[in-house]
Structure formats: C-alpha cells, structure tokens
Write a protein that binds this ligand. Sequence first.
Ligand code: GLN
Length: 437
Amino acid sequence: MFATRLARIPRFIRCFATEASTIISSPGTLHLKTGQSFYGRSFGAPRSIFGETVFSTSITSYTESMTDPSYRGQILVFTTPLIGNYGVPSNKAPIDSQDVGVVLESDRIQCSAIVVADVAERYSHYKAVESLASWCKRNDVPAITGVDTRAITRLLRDQGTTLGRIAIGDDAGLPPPASHEYWDPTADNLVAEASTQVPYVLNPTGDVKIAVLDFGAKANILRSLVRRGASVTVLPWNFNFNKVRDQFDGLFLSNGPGDPAHCMEAALHLRQTMKEWDRPVFGICMGHQVIGMAAGLEAYRMTFGNRGHNQPVLALASSGSITAGRVYVTSQNHQYALKLQDPFPAGWEPFFINCNDSSVEGIKSTAESGKKIWGVQFHPESAGGPLDTIEMFTDFLTECRGHKIKARLESSELLGARESPLGMATVDAPRPVSVAA
Ligand SMILES: NC(=O)CC[C@H](N)C(=O)O
C-alpha cells in the first residue's frame, strides 16, 4: 500500500530516500601496530592502505574533515556512530568574485581512509549529489563500517595515535602486518605534497594584498580572507617570502599535514621576515607552529592530539575581537603543539591555552615588540565547527589595512603631500583654489 503511494510521488520529491542501498559485502579490517584488529565491512575503494590512526569527535562535517589537507596520511576514525546520513554535496563552487574553486575544503578526499561504526546507506540532504560510499569509491579511498569505534577510540586515547593498516577484500582475512611493515606518514614531507606547486592569485582586485604560505591550506581559510575583501596570493610552502615581501600588506601561514619539523626551511625564512619586516603576520595550526619555531619555541608531538569541533580555549591576552579571560569553543585537528616554556622568548607571549590539556593554543608578539604577529593552534575558520573566533580574520585584515594607510601617509608626508585613507591625494599647503565658472 505504502509502496504504491510512494511510486506516485515524483522522483525528485522523494529526496528522503535517495540512492539505492549501497551493497556492503566485502570484508574490511583495521589492524593497529600495537596488535589489535577490528573486523568490519568495506564500503569504499577496494584497496588496502597504511596510515596513522587518529580519531575525531566531530558530530557533523565529515565532508569538510575528509577534504582537509591536514588529514593527509591519516586513517580517520569518527567517534560519532552514524556517518554519511546527509550524503555529499557537489564540490564545484559557483563562479563569482569570491570563488576559491571548491565548496568543501579542497578538491579531493585527503585522509587515507575512514572508519565508522555505522555508515548510512541512505542519505538525505537538499544539496547531496551522492552517497559517502560512492564518494569514497570515486576518490579511491578505502572505508570500513561495522566496527566498534568506541573501543578503537578508547585504545587510541590510552596508547596515543597509532600506526594502522586498512585491509580490504582478500587482504582483510590475512594476518596483521609485521611491526616493521607499518608505514609512518609523518616520516615524509606531506606539506610538500599538499602545497600548491606554483603561485596563484585569488580576488586580484582586493584592497589589501595578502600573501599566503600554503602548507596545505583549507579552502575556508582562503574564503575567509577573500570574503573580507583581500587579494590573496597563494605561494608554495617553501617560497622565500623575503624576496617579494615589499609587495604585500600582510603574510598569512596556513594549516598543513604532518610533522612541523619538515617546515624548518619555512621557519628560517620567516625568522628573517619577522626581524626585518613590520607588517602583520597571522598563522593557523601548522602556520602557528612555524611562527613558534621561527620565534625560538619548540614543537613536540602530542600523545593523541586534538581533533574535533568543541575544544575550549582560554584567552590569556586581549587583541582585536579576543578578550582575555574568555573561553572560546574551537575547531581543531592537530597532533603537534608548541611547548609552553617559561620564560617565553623575548617579544612573545602565550595568547591562548587549551582548557582540557593546558597545551599552548596561541602565541602573539607583545605590545612592546612593536610587531603584530599572531599564531593559533585551533581553526578560527572552522569548516566544520563553531565560529567563535572567526573575527580573527577581520582583526588581521584591519591591522593590514591600518598598516597600509599608515605607510602611505608616511611616504606621502615625505613627499610633502598627504593621502587620505579614501585614496584621494590632498596637498597640505598651499591648497589650489578652484574658481567657479
Ligand atoms: N591542522 C594542522 O595544520 C595540523 C598541523 C600539524 N600537521 C599537526 O598535526 O599538528
């Protein structure tokens, strides 16, 4: 009876029950280097891989997390049991001046594999164009379901992030690999893979020129700058910014995958920039770690890192939209952090601290240093997650604009003329008198 009625409803309205049920038949196993194995079923690409097994406590935004380049090399375990229920949207951005080319966080799935307790075989969302299973298959990314992700999370939480293997199909029944066979992705320079190879410009007509050092930038970082009117020049991660710095009003350092130790070259370039250049610098996650290393702080590997969209951080200093003493809820995805050392290097102070584990969540240049440099371990751009700290992008661009106006005024004063912030040149004296006709 119900089936007959359903058949009468036009197909495009029946979006609640899209796509025929995915056939999950072949076995899929997660082996951990520490000796535990979890047997489930495969719903992604029929291929076995190695990776670093991490867990995320995010409840939504699996599409954003999976396309975040910082997850490269990682087997991502979702602690939320039901994943895939709103499907996957088209990743093609509409063409407009704020276009960064994609809707999600990059143009492909970046993590090596995903592990979920219960994949949704049917999805429902007005923007969805395919299921999580078909997206994984199309991107050649293995995925397993039907395993106890709570047990996996408890293990990872106790023993820390652990190397793993996803074995699919015939491989799933094979004994676990020998310990020396596990591949450690952090031994490779994943930033060099994730970064753009050639510079490119977004929103070239923007009023303030920002250079972005791309360690594997999330698209929402670029969007957050472009939507606030900036012209954004994206540079490869190891580009020596000092060669072109006079063309820019500010420097931004992006997030990125893997061990920050691989970015020492960028930190050394940045050390020179921070010494000789007085314009604003802002870094997020990997970018924050690179700023810290350039400032003389040490980056270390945490036991299990922080991955999720509800990490509370306490502001220790006020700056722009941030008020000292307030707690902000943030989106995070990191394995490394800067060491809290006492005293901090001269000219620097801690900016935020994590309320759960007391790790350093941000650093800033001191007021006395005369510099405007900030780094935050969390993701103000969210995608997904809360927008508590999104105005840090506005703060950064306000400083860049202020600096630009000040520099213009100073240079025009040297020439005996003054240029107004609106860009209309005025001459101090004598003023030309216009005579009405
Ligand atoms: N999201 C990021 O930029 C992560 C930075 C670094 N790869 C870490 O895991 O700590």
